[in-house]
Design a protein around this ligand. Sequence first.
Ligand SMILES: Cc1cc2nc3c(=O)[nH]c(=O)nc-3n(C[C@H](O)[C@H](O)[C@H](O)COP(=O)(O)OP(=O)(O)OC[C@H]3O[C@@H](n4cnc5c(N)ncnc54)[C@H](O)[C@@H]3O)c2cc1C
Length: 450
Amino acid sequence: MATASAAISSLRFSGGPPRRPHRWRCGPVRCSVTGKPAVAMGSDASPSSPGGGGPGEPVGTLRADCVVVGAGISGLCIAQALATRHAGGGAGSATEVLVTEARDRVGGNITTVERDGYLWEEGPNSFQPSDPVLTMAVDSGLKDDLVLGDPNAPRFVLWEGKLRPVPSKPTDLPFFDLMSIGGKLRAGFGAIGIRPPPPGHEESVEDFVRRNLGDEVFERLIEPFCSGVYAGDPAKLSMKAAFGRVWRLEQNGGSIIGGTFKAIQERSKSGKPPRDPRLPKPKGQTVGSFRKGLAMLPNAISSRYFCCVLSLSWFLWTIYSSSLFPGRAPPGRVLLLNYIGGATNTGIVSKSESDLVESVDRDLRKMLINTDAVEPIVHGVRVWPQAIPQFLIGHLDHLETAKNALQKGGFEGLFLGGNYVAGVALGRCVEGAYESASEVANFLAKYAYT
Ligand SMILES: Cc1cc2nc3c(=O)[nH]c(=O)nc-3n(C[C@H](O)[C@H](O)[C@H](O)COP(=O)(O)OP(=O)(O)OC[C@H]3O[C@@H](n4cnc5c(N)ncnc54)[C@H](O)[C@@H]3O)c2cc1C
């Protein structure tokens, strides 16, 4: 399962060297006015769409320093990063950026719905408020619209018929009842390196976690978490590709704890760069969104420039959305967001909408709400036949092969980007967008006339 995502190309349709900013207009494609990225939407919106060029331009000619294919979060953030970090007219600046989108809306997977006083997400629900994401939000004029979840909101895993809290800080570790004492000891010894060595071939998430931290950590913590993030099968997902940061800890430090200490040492040696004073400081481990949902970010970028973990056989996870962020439900009402299905449970795509609502409602009554609770007042269903790219074993090799093939095929200036390259979390998409924008800017600098 994989989503087609953003591919970024930096090319010139009219051929020849980059030119200075220039006004132009053309048929169905809305084009940029000097220095502003433009978005072209709808199935007829392709760079080759016929239209009138600017003065002296042949009809049908469309010129851009960079074309971003796909106005999901990755594509839009690349355009935004080019505009905020690589503008200015010097070598490497992309003065004309065109974003194309096959659908009639921007945002890709991000799908916020507002109806009858409720506001919910039918795609991603939240992001980790890392500095790159906060920078993107602030640069997009959304500083005052940021909402951060309560860092102390409890999360639970349903284990042996009981909802059990997940430890949220190191001091919880000895006391939480999700794991046995033997399981905790196994995890502790494994984390400091008393466990079998790496096998010498690419490991799945399941193999890595069972080997390093033991069966209980895998079955009771990582499997539910993995289902939540990737909706995937941890026996097939590649540890290196899907959770590269944790994988590198063992590689660099000989064990997970060893690698953590090494990383802390290296960070303190190299010193922290000064933090952008405009960025808000999130308190503790939390998640973020915007006052009117995640769609505010893609909408802001495009309009500015263009025109609790639970596990049942059925459930992936349930979020008390109205407790996490303000303004999601009318006073006195509760909004529950339920994600079901996943790579190991694909049968949901053949179910009708009413079947899905009925079975989710049945499961909720079994584990989370009173059996005689009122019927849902408002509900929304969104089925994603292709939801989240699966970073299976060999994924990074495939990406490398694709990148090499582009180079060998003479496609210099065509870059791959999006969640299947950067990582699926929204935060990784934004970080990847900054990286892609730098690649494009370096490419443009190489070929710019001085
Ligand atoms: C149900 C669900 C829940 C999720 N929950 C979370 C969460 O809570 N937190 C989190 O961090 N992440 C979550 N994710 C993952 C995250 O939403 C995605 O990884 C991220 O939105 C991907 O962004 P993207 O821009 O790379 O790709 P996409 O959002 O897929 O955007 C790609 C865009 O490109 C367009 N496109 C494709 N081909 C073409 C073409 N040839 N020409 C023009 N346009 C084209 C598509 O129409 C689309 O708009 C979730 C994903 C899903 C599906």
